[in-house]
Design a protein around this ligand. Structure first.
Ligand SMILES: [Zn+2]
Length: 306
């Protein structure tokens, strides 16, 4: 007779009910984000996500919060000003990151979204099932909606104020996060909202002025610095590579004093076309001189040119 098989697994591989629920939620979250990335609404993972995750990390550490699964950040490629949370994934639109004047205002938005994750405001977990994602691309905005109820918004705003207050007890963060400036941004957005209705109409998440409630809990500015910029123009911070949807932070040289006229809050950054010849090698800018362009491979003059 054979000896009965003994299960001598020492490690705990079983999921507790809570872990099982978390893994369903994560599956739903991954499905939604993958889907949005495939149709180009969410940019591939990159440098900007990491910058946002640093802010999340600062908030978590100063508040002794360790969420499981980890909180991730992604960026929507759209210019409308909006943000939302899909499970533990915080999504900000490119337009919103563009207009935020400083890290304090960014931290305020992220604190709000992180609060939804902390408070366990859930995503519909039926999205964990593949058939829930069998929709046409053009139906995406109608099918997905990550708006929160007014009650959830209120709760998140309260929690966010708490997170920010604790973060500011850290002397380093208190120095780099000037919340009085952030408060001016939300003020500017509120006063301009009638002029920019399309820019602030969120497609998937919540529009930013909802944070108006949060604004009142922020300190207001004592004296206004004339050099201070309350909001940046669209296209002022993040650049989008239209060939692959990749996002990058714009690196430009610091500029001197800024005239009032040169501030372009919520406007579109003027652009200079920068043309390069398409090659499979690294593209080099075309010199504006009259020299005959030569083919890099053969050294002969390019066709069509003398
Ligand atoms: Zn919210």
């Amino acid at each position: 007779m054979e000896a009965p098989v003994q299960d001598d697994t020492k490690t705990a591989n079983d999921l507790s009910p809570i872990q099982a629920q978390r893994s369903w939620d994560r599956q739903a979250e991954d499905n939604v984000i993958d889907r949005l990335e495939r149709i180009g609404l969410i940019a591939p993972k990159g440098e900007v996500d990491k910058a946002l995750e640093t802010v999340v990390n600062n908030l978590e550490v100063t508040n002794n919060i360790d969420l499981d699964p980890d909180v991730r950040c992604r960026v929507m490629t759209t210019t409308t000003l909006e943000s939302y949370t899909v499970g533990h994934t915080i999504v900000l639109s490119r337009g919103l990151i563009d207009v935020l004047p400083d890290e304090a205002s960014l931290a305020t938005i992220i604190a709000h979204e992180l609060s939804h994750a902390i408070l366990g405001h859930r995503l519909d977990s039926s999205l964990a099932f593949f058939d829930q994602l069998l929709i046409e691309d053009k139906e995406t905005f109608r099918h997905f909606g990550f708006q929160r109820t007014p009650e959830e918004e209120d709760a998140a705003n309260k929690k966010a104020a708490e997170l920010l207050a604790n973060a500011l007890k850290n002397p380093q963060l208190a120095k780099s996060w000037q919340l009085a400036n952030a408060s001016l941004f939300f003020q500017a957005l509120q006063t301009r909202q009638k002029e920019i209705p399309n820019l602030i109409s969120a497609h998937l998440g919540d529009r930013v002025p909802v944070i108006g409630a949060l604004r009142t809990s922020l300190p207001t500015d004592q004296k206004q610095d004339p050099q201070m910029i309350t909001a940046l123009p669209i296209g002022g911070r993040v650049k989008l590579d239209p060939w692959n949807d990749k996002l990058d932070l714009i690196k430009s040289k610091p500029i001197g004093a800024v005239a009032e006229r040169e501030k372009m809050p919520f406007e579109v950054t003027p652009f200079m076309p920068y043309l390069t010849r398409y090659t499979t090698e690294a593209a080099k800018p075309i010199a504006a001189s009259a020299t005959t362009p030569t083919d890099p491979k053969t050294g002969e003059a390019a066709p069509g040119k003398p």
